[in-house]
Design a protein around this ligand. Structure first.
Ligand SMILES: [Cu+2]
Length: 151
């Protein structure tokens, strides 16, 4: 059964690859100029990402947060994810000199100037409550911190 499944997936991948390099017969043009792939060539996210994960069938959810920093706070100050989620933080520093460090996960942005932004990404592979904070000067003590909850 598993072999059959693998063969089907391989066949789908092969067909998808063929379709990419073939001409655009399989695309349907609309008067609006948009094109839509026919169901036969449409690849579900499941098919396209399953080769990248070590445990087939378990696709990590990606949780994206847009976090802004200023003197001296983060918004939002709470982020909640589930264990195993891929966490993506788009950090934008609105004013001052700040970074964003997630305690316990050893991830951090560079120290950014006002107007700069950076994205960090990690897998929430340990549950618990973690503080994220700015490591510049005494900003953390001045309240520039928040809480990441991994359920
Ligand atoms: Cu700071």
């Amino acid at each position: 059964m598993k072999t059959l499944l693998t063969l089907v997936v391989l066949a789908l991948l092969a067909w998808g690859g063929y379709a990419l390099f073939a001409d655009n017969d399989s695309e349907v043009a609309t008067p609006g100029g948009q094109t839509y792939l026919t169901p036969a060539t449409y690849q579900t996210p499941n098919t396209s990402t399953s080769t990248a994960t070590s445990s087939p069938g378990v696709i990590p959810a990606v949780k994206t947060f847009n976090v802004t920093g200023q003197n001296f706070s983060f918004a939002p100050s709470t982020m909640t994810v589930n264990k195993g989620d891929r966490v993506k933080i788009n950090f934008t520093n609105q004013a001052g000199t700040h970074d964003l460090v997630v305690e316990g996960y050893n991830v951090r942005t560079k120290v950014l100037q006002g107007g700069q932004s950076e994205t960090i990404e990690f897998t929430a592979n340990q549950s618990g409550t973690f503080e994220y904070y700015c490591s510049v000067g005494t900003h953390r003590q001045m309240g520039m911190k928040g809480t990441l909850k991994v359920n």
